[in-house]
Ligand binder design. Sequence first.
Ligand code: 13P
Length: 255
Amino acid sequence: MRKPIIAGNWKLNKTSHESIEFVTLLKRYVSNVSDVDIVVCPVFTALCDIKDVLLETNIGLGAQNLFWEDAGAFTGEVSGLLLKDAGAEYVIIGHSERRQYFGETNQTVNKKIKAALKSGLIPIVCVGEVLEEREQNKTTKVVTTQMKEGLEGVSKEDVKRIIIAYEPVWAIGTGKTATPGQAQQVHQLIRQLLTQMCGEDVAQRVRIQYGGSVKPENIAELMAQPDIDGALVGGASLKVDSFVDIIKNSCVMKT
Ligand code: 13P
C-alpha cells in the first residue's frame, strides 16, 4: 500500500510571518493525522523560519525549485545542499510554471532530479500536458517524453524515492479539474511507464500525485482512483481551512 501524500505548493505567496502563522495553526488541526503524509512548500525565504515550527510534527517541508550545482558562480541560484541546510526534505521539480516562464526543459529537470537525490531531498517531479496538446490527443506522447527524458539515467533505487505529480496544465489555477477518469488514465500511463523503465516492484511503490484545481469537494473522488496517491495543491493550500479539509477528505477507500 502506498501512503497518500498531500502537498501544498504555495508558489510565490506568503511572507515568513504569514508562513509561520499558517503552520502554527495547521499543526494543531492535523496533529492526529497519521495515514497521510503532509508537506508544505513555501518560498525559499520562509524555509528556515518554519522549519523550527515544524520540528517533531507530522508535517514535512519542501522547496519549490533548486539548481543542480552545489556551489559556485551561479548568481541567484539555490542548491540542494542549501535546501537541506534550510530544513527542506522535499523539492518540487519541473513545475509547469517553471517550464513555461523560466525555460525549464526535460533536460534541466533531469539534472535537477539527480542533484536533489544526491543532496538527500525527495523530488516531486511534475509532468503534464497543455490544453492544445490534450486537444490534439498528444497527452500520452508528451507525458511519456517528460517521464523518459526526466528520469534518464536515474537508478531504480533512486526512482523509488521519487514522487511524480501529474498536473494537466489546463487544470492549474483554472478551476477546471480533470475528471477522476481523465486523471486516472494518465496516472495509469505513468505507472506503466515506470514498470517499463524500472520494473513492477518500483512502479508499485512510487507515489503519483494529481495537481490542478484540487479542492475539499473533489479530493475524495480523485483519491478513490487506484493510481492516484495524493495531491499537489496550489490555491486551496493557501488557506488553513481548505488545506485541512483536503487532507481529511483524502483518506478514502480505493475502488
Ligand atoms: P491549483 O491547485 O491552484 O490549480 O495549482 C495546482 C498546482 O500548480 C500545484 O503545483
